[in-house]
Design a protein around this ligand. Structure first.
Ligand SMILES: Cc1cc2nc3c(=O)[nH]c(=O)nc-3n(C[C@H](O)[C@H](O)[C@H](O)COP(=O)(O)OP(=O)(O)OC[C@H]3O[C@@H](n4cnc5c(N)ncnc54)[C@H](O)[C@@H]3O)c2cc1C
Length: 495
């Protein structure tokens, strides 16, 4: 499910490690790329480095390590084309429901296919395994809080998840509501041509500047074969990120002091860093915002942009009235207020006729759900590049499929024997959009394999090097399994 970064990753791994399998990718949209095709706001780019955000098997060769969104989309699409993965994608197929039958050891997947005429028609497929690469948020619309009297505003109200192609903001006064990665990306990009851009935030976020180009990676590429240079640079960045995250967990005060010192150096002694760039939470309790070559700070220093830390009292005809009594006037208001998180592409799940509520399950190795057979899904890291985890999960799923084949078993189920839910799927991480959604997500238990780690090195050991058959997974066959049936098959049952 899904032809984004992870779905193409899955296609690569299946082709390489399970060449006897057939697979199809159902994608609700009409193009490859997921996030990197959907988001089209000015300046859209990665906020982690592409040396870890690229696939482990395909070097990222562009000179820019923090990359514009269209280059990431091209990279994913080129991977799909060159490996022939694109031939296995069925676009405009939105999966709605998946029902597992233990007596057939098979999923029945119900989808809606959008026809050329714009109608939706039901499609049913069966498969022996379902792999969700559907990302973590709702595609149809982003998160928009209820702002008092927003209908009064006479200008244009825009959400970054649905950026209007025709939006001309040159010379215009823009307010961006938000303080996350999207807001700090939009601000410098829009400030280039807008009259003035104001980032209106309720509370600040940690912002770190990093060079857009990784000089060590680019240097290595000049002297080493592309794949060697890529691997070395990837491990260098994994090492640095792991160290930085662990340091911030153990010494939050020192990490905070260091981060704020860097911001002060960029903005100068007169800037009120305490009000606008000093978060109330510890480093890494929310994702940090990375800005390439300090572009956000440069835009603020040039006075083409500013930051206001306040609260919205009400929208007015001209803009926004703040709780402090100040009014900000605008021609355009951008609500960079986030995403609506969604597990498993928002589909309904059932096992043997019983509805499955993911919130009542435990996440097994962060990939499968307790009691749900033959289902895996990708959820990347919150403190490192998504792809590091996606690669590990795709590799793990192939090992699992091959283990099933070796054992001659068609069904595999993580069995919870007495473990209780002790934590949400993501822990010690408090951005609004995560907190809003976690109640509906699977939970974590107290120990492995029911824990969700945010640690690439630990996960490499757990997912790549440890035995698949760990005693928690139950391998079985349906009572009347036909012995001559292939372990995995995919057949279209009806249209
Ligand atoms: C603006 C933005 C910037 C980001 N920047 C970074 C970054 O710098 N670094 C980082 O590590 N992560 C970043 N992320 C997280 C990002 O989502 C991941 O990097 C990565 O793109 C996730 O890939 P994915 O394929 O798992 O999910 P997605 O990119 O979300 O792709 C999922 C695909 O599944 C399809 N799909 C979903 N539901 C269904 C369904 N029911 N039926 C059929 N198809 C379905 C979607 O249409 C989509 O094509 C960012 C996210 C956003 C929104």
């Amino acid at each position: 499910m899904g032809a984004g970064l992870s779905g193409i990753d899955a296609g690569h791994h299946l082709r390489k490690f399970c060449p006897n399998k057939t697979y199809v990718i159902l994608e609700q949209r009409e193009r490859i790329g997921g996030t990197w095709d959907l988001f089209r706001y000015p300046g859209v780019r990665s906020d982690s480095d592409m040396l870890t955000m690229g696939y482990s098997f395909r070097p990222w060769t562009s000179l820019t390590a923090i990359s514009p969104g269209d280059q990431i989309r091209d990279y994913i699409t080129a991977t799909a084309r060159e490996e022939g993965i694109d031939r296995n994608i069925r676009f405009r197929h939105q999966i709605k429901r998946a029902s597992w039958s233990s007596s057939d050891a098979r999923w029945t997947v119900e989808a809606l296919r959008e026809t050329a005429g714009g109608q939706n028609e039901p499609v049913t497929l069966t498969s022996n395994f379902l792999f969700s690469c559907a990302g973590y948020y709702r595609y149809s619309s982003g998160y928009l809080p209820e702002f008092p009297n927003s209908a009064q505003f006479r200008g244009r109200l825009v959400h970054p998840q649905a950026w209007p192609e025709d939006l001309d903001y040159s010379g215009k006064r823009v307010i961006i509501i938000g303080s996350g990665a999207t807001a700090v990306t939009l601000l410098p990009a829009m400030a280039r041509t807008a009259g003035h851009v104001t980032m209106l935030q309720r509370s600040p976020t940690y912002v770190i500047s990093a060079p857009e180009q990784d000089r060590i990676a680019n240097g290595l590429r000049r002297i080493l074969p592309a794949m060697w240079a890529y691997r070395l640079s990837r491990w260098k960045n994994v090492g640095f990120m792991t160290f930085f995250y662990q340091f911030a967990q153990r010494f939050p005060k020192a990490a905070k002091k260091g981060l704020l010192k860097k911001v002060r150096e960029q903005l100068g002694a007169d800037f009120d860093v305490d009000t606008h760039f000093t978060p109330r939470y510890r480093p890494w309790e929310q994702r940090m915002c990375l800005v390439p070559d300090g572009d956000l700070f440069e835009a603020i220093k040039s006075e083409r942009a500013s930051v206001v830390t306040d609260q919205i009292e009400t929208f007015t005809e001209k803009g926004i009235l703040l709780k402090s009594g100040k009014e900000l006037e605008a021609d355009i208001i951008v609500t960079a207020t986030g995403l609506v998180m969604q597990a498993l592409g928002g589909i309904e799940l059932a096992v043997d006729g019983q509805h499955v509520d993911p919130a009542q399950t435990l996440a097994y190795k962060s990939i499968m759900l307790s009691g749900v057979p033959n289902l895996a899904s990708v959820f990347g890291y919150i403190n490192a590049s998504w792809t590091l985890k996606a690669d590990l999960i795709c590799n793990y799923v192939c090992r699992l499929l091959n283990t099933m084949d070796r054992k001659g078993m068609r069904q595999v189920t993580p069995i919870n024997r007495g473990e209780t839910a002790v934590a949400p799927f993501v822990q010690k991480f408090t951005p609004g959009y995560i907190e809003r959604a976690l109640a509906n997500w699977p939970k974590q238990g107290s120990k492995a394999p029911w824990r969700v780690y945010q640690n690439y090195i630990r996960d490499t050991i757990l997912l790549k090097w440890s035995s698949v058959d760990d005693g928690t997974l139950e391998f079985s066959n349906p009572p009347q399994a036909a012995s001559d049936q292939p372990a995995l098959e995919l057949a279209e049952a009806a249209r």
